[in-house]
Design a protein. Structure first.
Length: 233
């Protein structure tokens, strides 16, 4: 089977439902979608049921597609996420506020957050407010001179132990986790009836200008905004 990446594969996980969805990249057509809902008295994720769901679908999916599934985006709909809030302030000395000016503050904020979340992983980093010379803005204004600015940042985090459990569930199929997305964040950002996986696609492609994305160092051809606003790991 060919392993060229022409699909995006999503795995929705909640405490009562799993969905495996594959979307063709060139036309955004859903070419595979399987859903499994179940009842459970447990308030924990049912990893045994998740393993059965994957056993029933992954190999069947790969045979149908005639492609290997190499990586997957997990859309996690549970209360396991937790948030940390942090504000950072900087002096801009009356200059025009540019994306470059934010870079140091954002990197420092991420560093400060990661120092405090031992055994947890940062999943989303979102600027919730820009305060520029005591004026609040939802988005970064263009061509604005200022003396001082501060950023109110929300970090969404997830226990590493839970992530390791997901990795173990996918390991037997040689599938790696591309990203983990908080389903609650996606639903609150859009607030409409658009298909969940279409919303997730847009989130992963940077539709929220206030989300700081993390990309691999070998990614190339970023636009101007991405070069200065995204971090590399």
């Amino acid at each position: 089977m060919d392993n060229i990446s022409i699909f995006k594969t999503y795995l929705y996980i909640s405490k009562r439902k799993f969905i495996l969805c594959v979307v063709q990249i060139n036309d955004l057509k859903v070419i595979y979608k399987k859903e499994f809902s179940f009842q459970s008295e447990s308030n924990e994720l049912e990893f045994n049921k998740l393993q059965e769901f994957l056993d029933d679908n992954v190999l069947k999916l790969e045979k149908t597609l005639k492609h290997f599934i190499e990586n997957i985006i997990i859309v996690l709909d549970t209360s396991d996420f937790f948030s940390i809030y942090l504000s950072v302030k900087n002096n801009n000395r009356g200059n025009v506020l540019k994306l470059e000016n934010l870079s140091y503050s954002l990197k420092d904020a991420r560093y400060q957050c990661e120092k405090t979340i031992e055994n947890n992983k940062l999943i989303h980093m979102i600027i919730e407010n820009y305060q520029i010379d005591d004026e609040n803005y939802n988005f970064l204004p263009e061509k604005l001179n200022c003396n001082n600015f501060s950023l109110d940042i929300k970090f969404t985090c997830l226990p590493l132990a839970l992530i390791k459990s997901f990795e173990s569930s996918l390991e037997k199929y040689q599938i790696s986790i591309n990203q983990i997305i908080c389903a609650d964040y996606v639903k609150k950002f859009f607030k409409d009836n658009t298909d969940l996986f279409e919303k997730v696609r847009q989130i992963t492609e940077g539709c929220n200008p206030n989300e700081v994305k993390f990309y691999n160092k070998n990614l190339k051809n970023h636009g101007f905004f991405e070069k200065f606003f995204n971090f590399f790991r």
